[in-house]
Design a protein around this ligand. Structure first.
Ligand SMILES: [Zn+2]
Length: 469
């Protein structure tokens, strides 16, 4: 087979892929060739035909077998725009295709070398598989074309989803919304967005949350971030929680991440944010919750379980506190609060890179993504002075009640982890908190971790899944 005809057959497969895209299917196309002639074509059609097996290759193989009146396709070649999956690779081997040429690699599901290689297994006796990129300039063009087709298809799909979300959740006049495209391609954050805006407290503000893992699981890890972070903070822990078979939910508090951002600093208060979280948990009807908290995630959320103790079975607590207003705030916290007041638009990426030399520049920058300008930063300005300082401060009384709850009523299991490099809520604050949590075992100490402990969270997540499964 000369490479000119390879390129021609790949072009026909690409046309099939385009037709699939026009029909709203993932754009993959395939052709079967015998004796230099196209004898069958196929395009991806699982959605339209209600058939999970209706991949382009399967459709093309079926058409070819029908044409030849033989389930064995001896002497036939298959050209496909995307590296075959395991199912299609199996079908190709069964049909005794002589040679497979694919255009674009498929890093997530490819069974011709990307994820696994069925063609190099002992299942294969006759089929040769080759990437078009290795066949010279003409066939190699199809690799770029097919990749582009896939990218365009998914970009269009994302855009449609974003438009639908915007339609379903119109933006309030007193709030801002960071554009969705700002959040594209953040390292390690390949999670689908979910939104809610019809909780009474939200009154139309759009709150974003991640909902990963097994949605039918009876156990839910509820991961709550603090200031100035967002659900990005949990990107390393979420996959580990999810792999344990549990559901994992990580909201962005209003003012942070992908959630709407009220324009006024004065919009934010302890009681209002607490109310949002209470309503969110009720609406989602979360059961067997393992509360995962750090920083404001704890300051607010440690006051939640006493409201509905039957919903909670575990606690994973990292550098945070209960701000009860009856003990002086630490010097470390006061210094942080002063810095925030002096430099209200301080560089968030730098804050992360300082304490986390292991993080890439892109990871640090991802923490800055929700805040394209000062207008979006009401929450990061409002939160530091919101920590209850006096007995009468908003949130102080409920935090004292929560302290009684954790001391005397809490029946769940707890896991404490401390980032030892944290000057604000480090070991001293956490030892104090531990003395107020019934049956809280010795903490895991992370000598390298700073305030944002989750950046070293894999070890903690693994310990949690051992404890709670
Ligand atoms: Zn397939």
């Amino acid at each position: 087979m000369d490479t000119t005809s390879d390129a021609q057959f790949l072009d026909i497969a690409l046309q099939q892929a385009q037709e699939a895209a026009s029909a709203g299917e993932v754009p993959v196309g395939a052709v079967v060739v015998k004796d230099g002639q196209v004898i069958a074509m196929g395009r991806n059609s699982p959605i339209g035909s209600h058939d999970p097996t209706a991949h382009a290759e399967i459709n093309a193989l079926r058409a070819a077998a029908k044409k030849l009146g033989n389930y064995r396709l001896d002497g036939c070649d298959l050209y496909v725009t995307l590296e075959p999956c395991a199912m299609c690779a199996g079908a190709i081997l069964h049909s005794r295709i002589r040679r497979v040429v694919y255009a674009a690699p498929e890093p997530k599901t490819g069974a011709a070398g990307s994820v696994l290689n069925l063609f190099e297994s002992s299942l294969n006796h006759q089929t040769q598989v080759i990437s078009a990129i290795k066949l010279g300039a003409d066939p190699a063009r199809s690799t770029a074309q097919s990749s582009q087709l896939m990218q365009d298809f998914f970009a269009k799909k994302r855009l449609e989803q974003h438009q639908e979300h915007a339609r379903n959740h119109p933006l309030r006049q007193d709030a801002l919304r960071t554009h969705e495209y700002c959040f594209e391609n953040l390292p390690g954050y390949d999670f689908a967005p979910n939104y809610i805006s019809d909780l009474p407290a939200l009154d139309g503000l759009r709150m974003h949350y991640l909902d990963e893992g097994n949605k039918d699981s009876s156990t839910t890890y509820l991961c709550l971030h603090g200031n100035p972070a967002w659900s990005y903070l949990y990107r390393k822990m979420i996959p580990i929680f999810a792999a344990s078979g549990a559901r994992v939910i990580a909201p962005d508090m209003i003012g942070f991440g992908k959630s709407d951002k009220p324009k006024k600093d004065s919009f934010h208060s302890f009681s209002w944010h607490r109310q949002c979280l209470l309503e969110f948990i009720e609406r989602m009807d979360l059961q067997n919750v393992i509360l995962v908290v750090q920083d404001w995630g704890g300051i607010l959320s440690l006051t939640l379980p006493m409201h509905a103790p039957q919903r909670y079975k575990g606690l994973v607590v990292m550098n945070t506190t209960l701000a009860c207003g009856d003990a002086p705030l630490t010097d470390g916290f006061k210094a942080w609060r002063e810095m925030c007041a002096k430099k209200p638009e301080f560089d968030i990426a730098k804050l992360f890179s300082r304490g986390n030399p292991q993080m890439s520049e892109a990871e640090c920058a991802a923490y800055m993504t929700p805040f394209p300008d000062a207008g979006h930063r009401a929450a990061t300005r409002a939160f530091p002075p919101m920590v209850p300082e006096f007995e009468s401060s908003d949130g102080a009384e409920i935090s004292r009640k929560a302290r009684e709850f954790w001391r005397n009523v809490w029946k769940g299991q707890s896991l404490m982890a401390i980032g030892m490099q944290d000057p604000v809520l480090g070991e001293a604050a956490m030892r104090e908190l531990r003395s107020n949590i019934k049956n809280c075992p010795e903490p895991i100490l992370l000598p390298q971790a700073g305030h944002f402990v989750q950046e070293h969270g894999e070890e903690i997540a693994k310990a949690a899944t051992r404890l709670f499964s």
